[in-house]
Each structure stands twice: as C-alpha cells, then as structure tokens.
Ligand binder design. Sequence first.
Ligand SMILES: Cc1ncc(COP(=O)(O)O)c(C=O)c1O
Length: 427
Amino acid sequence: MSNNTKADWISKDKEHVWHPFTQVSYAPANVVIERGEGACFIDIDGNRYIDGISSWWVNLHGHCNPHIVASVTKQIGQLEHSIFAGFTHKPGIELAQRLLQHLPSFDKVFFSDNGSTSVEVALKMTFQYWSNKGTPKHKVIAFKDAYHGDTFGGMSVAARNAFNQPFEALLFDVISIDLPTDDNMNALLLQLESILQLGDVSCFIFEPLVLGASGMLMYTPEHLQLLIDLCRKYDCLTIADEVMTGFGRTGKFFATDHLTNKPDIICMSKGITGGFFPLGATACKQFIFDAFISNDKMKTFFHGHSYTGNPTICAAALASMDLMESDTVQQQINFITNSHATFANELANCSNIEGVRHTGTILAFDIKTGEKTGYLNNAAEPLAEFFIKRGIILRPLGNVLYVLPPYCISADELGRVYDTVRELVGV
Ligand SMILES: Cc1ncc(COP(=O)(O)O)c(C=O)c1O
C-alpha cells in the first residue's frame, strides 16, 4: 500500500469509501491529505491548503497541535478507555470540572460522542425531566432555520429541508418560530407567548447567536435573552446548542456568555477537543439532575454510549482547555474578530455579494447568483473548487461563503484567505 500513487488512493477511495454530504455523480475527486500543520493541510503531492473553515468548525489550535498531541500520547499509554458506568477516571472528572468553571450557572456534565448526540441527550433530558416530575410535556419549540445534527431527534428539531426530507414522516412535530429581528421581535414575542400559554411545551432549543449549517444566520443576544426569559416565565426549559458556537467562535468562551440569564442546558462538541477527537457534552443545572434522583429505577437516565467519557479524548479536551485559557489564544480570537470586522466593512460595498455579517471569529456573506440562497444553490461546487485551486479550504453552504478559521491562523494566512475572496468578488 505504501507505494500507492495519488491516483491509486483516489481510485481506492472511490471504490471503498462513502463520504458524508457528497453527491458522487458530480463531486470532484477528494483531495488526499497526508499531514496537518498549524492552520494548514498538506496533500500527498506536498501542496498546502489553509483550512479556512477549521475542518467543519472543529479545529481551534491548529492541526497536530503539540500540546494536545503530548497530552493524548501520555494518556493513551496509561488508560486508553474504560467503561464510564460504575467506573470513573481523572480526565473525565477534571474535564467536567473545567467545563463547569466556564459555565458557572451549570452543575453537571453528561458526556456523549458528538454534536448530534449532545443534542439527543439534551432533548431526552428535558422530556424525561417532565416525565419524572409527573407532568409529561411533549412539544418542542425551535427556530425555522435550525440545524441540530443528523440523528432523528436532531433532525426533528431542525428546519425541514433537503437534509431531512426523505425522513420527514418519521420526525416528531416541532413548533417553529422565525429568527428574531428588530422588525419582527414584538410579533415574535406575542407568538411565542401564545404557544407557551397552550402548555405542554417541554423545551425551546436554539443555536445561540449564529445558525451555522443553515447559512451562518445571525441574531442578537438581546433578542435571544427576551425569548429565553419568556420561556422561563412559562416553565419551558431552554437548550442552547453551542456545538458550533462554543469555545470562542463568537468572541466569548460560549455564545451564551453574551447573555445575562442563562439557559437550562448547553450542548457542546466540535471545538471541545480542539478538533482532535469526537466528543459530546451536555451540561445542565442542578434542578434537572435532581429530577432523576429516586429510588424508582424508572427515573434513571437510561442513556449512554460505549465510548462515553473516553479518557484519551478527555485528555485532548483538557489540553485544548489549557490553550483556550491562555492569553495567546484570547489575543488570536480578538485579532480574527477585528480583522473580520475590517474586512466586512470592505466587502459591504461589493455589488456581487449581499448580507455581509460577522460575529466574533465567524464572517459570512451570500454570493449573488440569481438562484435562491441556500444549501442547494449550484454555486457551492464551483466556489469550493475556486478556493481549492488557490490552496484555500472554504467550503460554502450553497452560495453562502464563510470564513471560520482555527485560532492559530497567522496574519499572513488570514490575509491570503481575504485576498482570494477579493479575487473572487472583485474588490
Ligand atoms: C449547531 C449544531 N448542532 C449539532 C451539530 C451536529 O454535530 P455533529 O456533526 O458532531 O454530530 C452541528 C454540526 O454541524 C451543529 O452545527
């Protein structure tokens, strides 16, 4: 196998592998990556690519970050994995404690495997919370354009679109509300209140401040606060899905750090391990945990995954937390945030694009194509190809182009990403 050429790898890839979110009938051959270094990938031919989207929003401190590599290497030689029921371990305990230090309104952390499972756990927690309390509630409120993962619960609480259309009949019903804006806020509050007054609402789930997969749609913390406060008034639990927004992406550690009154549950994944391994974590407040304590076995939270709380993965997450808490990373987050703000101003006058927006380290805009804006817009493939040819990974969501880099990106590298965008849009 080691003598295989690039063409061999590509042909074996085509023969044996089914890639996610990929239509093979027209997708170009996958780039065969051999190494990762800082904000870059290096392919089998030695070509470098700047990872402008942090490998699907997971990478924070660069590929093969030495501090995380060292932590994982140490842990894997000591305890690679253990069952997490009846047994516990230092990395799991320390990680829960460390996460909660950044989530002072929360008390317990439940580990799972990825972003979708962190959402499944949150939804099941809320449904069973009400059931355990003897007042079962079955309705869920979510944003019309939401994305919460590809499992059935996650799909159910998401927008009804191409991602889940074949499964629509199998998804549970959800009450959808519009994303808040200055114009619709009053009407939205009235609508939400009328839904809450009908009762039977288990929870309101939302991506705080930025709806990622639906096209980096943004809204303000002030508006979100009003929605959360209203839900609380009517005893409806609130779930912040911070799978994408967590760990610095919006400029603060968590997007919900922009709020005064916190939600009841937080879902975390993606950046939690610095982008090294899959890990889901769902944090909740004590009163939710308390509803599961009983001599009645049926009140137990019967949920778990074989690799729940894997110590090697927790070690990666702990090392990533060391870096997140350092001044260097905070400065980098500020640097990216400020650079995006300046570049967004420059782009605002460009006639080929619209809806230039940014929150923290996330910059997005829509390319005008004459087609409907959205994931199925045919601009996606040529746009991705345009950037790949220039050594930049920007994988648009349809015609929505966004830059969401790892925090370790250098000024030079970010400048190259911006220059390539300038070349595309003609500014
Ligand atoms: C807000 C949000 N929730 C959940 C998920 C699902 O995470 P995963 O792909 O790790 O299952 C994603 C993935 O993009 C996401 O953006």
